[in-house]
Write a protein of this length. Structure first.
Length: 132
């Protein structure tokens, strides 16, 4: 039996509306509708909650249709790749900021005019001058 058919059949057997199911799973009613119409699949965490809510084994939910397992696997891999990309971007930005601060600190410490010219933290004259 397909996942969508099994989900809808069991929900109606328990006399539960889509909204009631959605509220208990912390998703929208439209999400439950998409699952029941075979337009999308829940993630693994939600699948465990569905299993508990509907008193169905995970085995029956997952083995009912091979597409469910492959779709969930591809979703997990896609999220992992996305998080790695974001982590790389954030790390790169932080590395650039640290490098710029170190370069400006070096220019200030050695009184290097070329570096000190772009140093926004301490001009040698004007309103930004610092006294030690």
């Amino acid at each position: 039996m397909q996942f969508a058919t099994m989900l809808k059949q069991r929900r109606t057997e328990l006399q539960m509306t889509q909204q009631e199911m959605a509220d208990q799973l912390f998703v929208t009613r439209q999400t439950v509708s998409r699952w029941e119409n075979n337009l999308s699949y829940p993630n693994l965490d939600t699948l465990v909650e569905i299993s508990n809510l509907l008193n169905l084994s995970l085995d029956s939910l997952l083995k009912g249709e091979v597409d469910v397992v492959s779709k969930i696997s591809s979703d997990v891999r896609a999220k992992g790749g996305r998080y790695k990309k974001y982590a790389l971007i954030v790390t790169s930005i932080l590395a650039l900021i640290v490098t710029a601060l170190l370069l400006l600190s070096y220019g200030r410490a050695t009184q290097n005019q070329l570096i000190d010219r772009i140093n926004i933290f301490g001009y040698s004259s004007g309103i930004w001058s610092l006294t030690y």
